[in-house]
Design a protein around this ligand. Structure first.
Ligand code: ATP
Ligand code: MG
Length: 560
């Protein structure tokens, strides 16, 4: 995989280089620790590229560890999708997959050790009371009345918690640190809570489950992680990370470093919120091509290389920002501009009859698959008497000087073929044009007209007798605001036109298209054959997802 300079310049690389130079470590060991409570999104891709990328860069290791400490929310489907997405992105974890739940026994023992050192206690305050006692940034916290119990009492009570002798919410284990700490996370954080919920791996063995802050640092240490990279909201938690490791008998002490989360304009990045889009049927499912999930982007037609390229370009910093969608789109557009075969497709068709061609006429027109890449070959596309062009490529009257398409009484060139002239139209009862009658100039195949008359404009076309009917799914941004989460309920900012479905035609060469194949539909954009059409997948009805437009209309709009 190519290493972009952004990666080699980020602040984490500098730290690692220094650590290696000073001999603190001899190799680099990172981890990617998803909570299996949803599908991975493009923000996770940033973390994956960073963690796996660093391991690759230093020929070190990167573990995949499912952070499955909260049994209520975790599902097998998510674990499978996460594994699949990481592999698809082009990375492979070192050794076996790890689960935080693998360490439940050890975590329990470390909790007992903290109790034995009088550094943890069983508390009976309710969660509301705990919140109240905790104070705020401007108000000091207050000690729980249960804080000063003896070590022995606490050991007995903790064992009772484990045996299920307390109700949910009636007891928890808390670290004894400092209720007056300027860092709220250090005000006696909860380490264990009671949950009478089966766990997907440990079944009914446990009814107490460790909190993220307690388990994460210990799992990192047990796995010999050298650099534990997380997002900026965990900056204060680093104190707790270090406090726990400093107070238990463990030799390894990984270091935590924080970087900024990826946010992208007009989208949301929280699994919980993405979950709502799925459960409220606002989108089809987790891999709806409008979703910022890896699965959604893949179905939309993004390649793994384009997502990795995006992650390289945005780099890794401590600056919070909202990246433009255009930055992501540019990565796939640039790739497809090089690699995607060109194809003719008419998304909003209107019929054209070429009067001076005989009924049943067929002519093979050679078309390059890529205008700048002869090595991609040519294909033969049939021209017939009846063809389709896009409705937007015809106008009865020329209202605009810049309009370089077909106008009644004027000429235009059919892409790679002849010049045609529009002579009359036929309309239906609603006044819509149903047929445009034209004549073609037989001396203009890939040649300028003999009298050198100027023909402005080239339009794409598909033979009406040699085409395949297709659905085109035209996607737009999912939200109407650059930062949709600012509203109390982010759903008020949904873009109701984020999916427009059109019925049109593509040239017959796509009869053999395969799921996931991408094309540039000339003058329309980049499209990919959808993967969810299998049930209704028949050769006469293809479904194409618009991956991205040909040009960045976003920027164009901003400049206007
Ligand atoms: P979410 O709110 O989407 O559920 P999370 O941080 O709770 O995010 P995890 O499954 O816990 O999701 O994340 C696994 C790893 O991915 C963590 O190390 C986390 O910091 C990182 N990560 C999650 N979201 C982003 C993001 N938007 N940008 C960069 N890294 C992210
Ligand atoms: Mg989470």
């Amino acid at each position: 995989m190519s290493k972009a300079p952004a990666y080699l310049n980020n602040f984490i690389i500098k730290i690692i280089n220094q650590d290696l130079a000073l001999g603190k470590y001899t190799s680099v060991h990172t981890r990617f620790p998803p909570e299996p409570n949803g599908y991975l999104h493009i923000g996770h891709a940033k973390s994956i590229c960073l963690n796996f990328g660093l391991a690759e860069n230093y020929q070190g290791q990167c573990n995949l560890r499912f952070d499955d400490t909260n049994p209520v929310k975790e599902y097998i489907e998510f674990i499978e999708s996460i594994k699949n997405d990481i592999l698809w992105l082009g990375f492979k974890w070192s050794g076996d997959i790890h689960y935080s739940s693998d360490y439940f026994d050890q975590l329990y023992d470390y909790a007992r050790e903290l109790i034995s050192k009088s550094l943890a206690y069983v508390d009976h305050l309710s969660s509301d009371e705990i919140r109240e006692y905790r104070g705020t940034l401007t108000k000091l916290g207050i000690n729980s009345p249960y804080r000063n119990r003896s070590v022995d009492d606490n050991l007995v009570l903790f064992a009772k918690m484990r045996r299920g002798e307390f109700m949910e919410g009636s007891a928890c284990l808390r670290a004894k640190i400092d209720m007056e700490s300027p860092f709220i996370v250090m005000r006696d954080p909860v380490l264990y809570r009671i949950k009478f919920t089966d766990h997907h791996r440990t079944g009914t063995k446990w009814c107490i489950y460790p909190m993220y802050d307690f388990s994460h640092c210990i799992c990192d240490a047990l796995e010999g992680i050298t650099h534990s990279l997380c997002t900026l909201e965990f900056q204060d938690n680093r104190r707790l990370y270090d406090w726990i490791l400093n107070n238990i008998s463990i030799d390894v002490h990984p270091r935590q470093y924080e970087f900024s989360r990826l946010n992208i304009e007009y989208t949301i990045m929280s699994k919980r919120k993405l979950h709502l889009l799925v459960s409220d049927n606002i989108v089809e499912c987790w891999d709806d091509p409008r979703m910022p999930t890896i699965a959604g982007l893949r179905r939309r037609g993004y390649t793994a290389a384009s997502i990795r390229e995006f992650c390289h370009r945005i780099g890794v910093t401590k600056q919070d920002n909202n990246v433009q969608i255009a930055a992501l789109e540019a990565c796939i557009r640039e790739e497809l501009n090089e690699s995607a075969p060109r194809i003719m497709a008419v998304i909003d068709p209107v019929k054209v009859i070429i009067d001076n061609l005989p009924v049943g006429y067929q002519e093979k027109i050679a078309m390059p698959n890529h205008p700048n890449k002869p090595e991609m070959g040519i294909r033969q596309v049939t021209l017939s008497r009846e063809i389709y062009i896009d409705r937007a490529d015809f106008s009865e009257i020329n209202y605009q000087k810049q309009y370089k398409r077909l106008v009644l009484g004027k000429e235009v060139r059919l892409r790679y073929a002849y010049v045609i002239k529009a002579e009359r139209v036929e309309k239906n009862e609603q006044g819509e044009i149903v047929i445009i009658y034209c004549r073609y100039d037989p001396h203009t195949l890939n040649k300028v007209p003999a009298d050198n008359r100027k023909v402005k404009g080239v339009i794409h076309w598909v033979s009406a007798t040699h085409c395949i009917v297709a659905s085109f799914r035209l996607y737009d941004k999912l939200f109407t605001l650059p930062n949709p989460v600012t509203a109390e309920d982010f759903r008020v900012n949904l873009n109701h036109k984020s999916l427009v479905i059109r019925q049109g035609v593509v040239e017959a060469s796509l009869l053999t298209t395969k799921v996931g194949e991408s094309y540039q539909f000339e003058r329309e954009g980049y499209f990919c054959t959808d993967s969810h059409q299998c049930s209704q997948f028949s050769k006469s009805r293809l479904v194409f997802n618009r991956i991205v437009r040909l040009r960045d209309t976003w920027l164009a709009k901003v400049e206007l």
